[in-house]
Design a protein around this ligand. Structure first.
Ligand SMILES: [Zn+2]
Length: 266
């Protein structure tokens, strides 16, 4: 697993991954400055501001905000293939996000797949040659239901690509340094709960990594942002850090590469 902060490039209100090793893939996440969950935007003014901020965020990356896809995120493990019919769902109204779904995969260009989180681990998937991307919202419940494994498996099955070619980027989420849980969690994740000074901590990263490996993804193709949302709550929203309603946005998109203009045309 690669963990190196130099892999990130600062953009307005967020970061993108510098080296997806494919020039048509773009993925990244927002920082605290701008993104509020639609669910928190109760007034029309809030809603308008959120929509405008999101538009600016995607437009600054040459992506179409109106095509972005949001998921209801119910802490389960349903993975949805996104077709033209679902393009733009949840983009401007969270109530219209894809119901009962925590992960999405697609081969559609210029269709940012999005995940909202405040401590849960967003996992971004792509294949560097084939035009395929995916995203998963992986909290402990989703991971218990196998979401990391199921997303990798579905990409591989639907798009017929060998899992060892799939790349994964792990966005900021709560890390074992801060994720204190009750000892009951040992029954769900016997190898991923550790004890320190009579307290128990859950390692979501290890659970995700184990599932991705079991799905056939090579460790060297998993890139970790190595950022804990609670340790860095001045930069990211963290539920455990006190952000009950606000969420950060993680995304992945296939860029529509425009053909270069021929010299003779100029
Ligand atoms: Zn931490």
């Amino acid at each position: 697993m690669i963990t190196d902060k130099k892999i990130l490039l600062r953009i307005d209100n967020g970061y993108v991954l510098k080296t997806p090793r494919a020039n048509n893939i773009i993925c990244g996440f927002s920082t605290r400055e701008f993104n509020y969950d639609f669910r928190a935007g109760s007034s029309i003014r809030d809603h308008q501001e959120i929509s405008r901020n999101r538009e600016k965020f995607f437009e600054s990356l040459s992506l179409k905000p109106r095509n972005s896809v949001f998921l209801e995120q119910v802490h389960e493990a349903q993975v949805k293939k996104i077709t033209k019919a679902e393009q733009g769902m949840g983009a401007y109204d969270f109530k219209n996000s894809i119901a009962g779904t925590d992960a999405a995969i697609t081969a559609l260009k210029d269709t940012p797949l999005c995940s909202l989180s405040a401590d849960c681990l967003p996992l971004v998937f792509w294949h560097p040659r084939e035009d395929i991307i995916g995203i998963a919202h992986a909290g402990w419940r989703g991971l218990k239901a196998g979401i990391a494994f199921k997303t990798a498996q579905k990409i591989s099955r639907i798009y017929k690509c060998p899992p060892r070619k799939i790349r994964v980027f792990i966005c900021p989420g709560i890390r074992s340094c801060c994720y204190e849980v009750s000892s009951d969690f040992k029954q769900y994740f016997p190898n991923c709960v550790f004890r320190s000074k009579n307290r128990f901590y859950l390692d979501l990263l290890k659970i995700a990594f184990t599932q991705l490996s079991e799905a056939g993804i090579s460790g060297e193709n998993i890139i970790d942002s190595a950022l804990c949302t609670k340790c860095n709550s001045s930069a990211f929203f963290s539920f455990r850090g006190g952000d009950q309603k606000k969420r950060m946005l993680s995304f992945v998109a296939l860029k529509q590469l425009r053909p270069r203009r021929c010299e003779a045309e100029n």
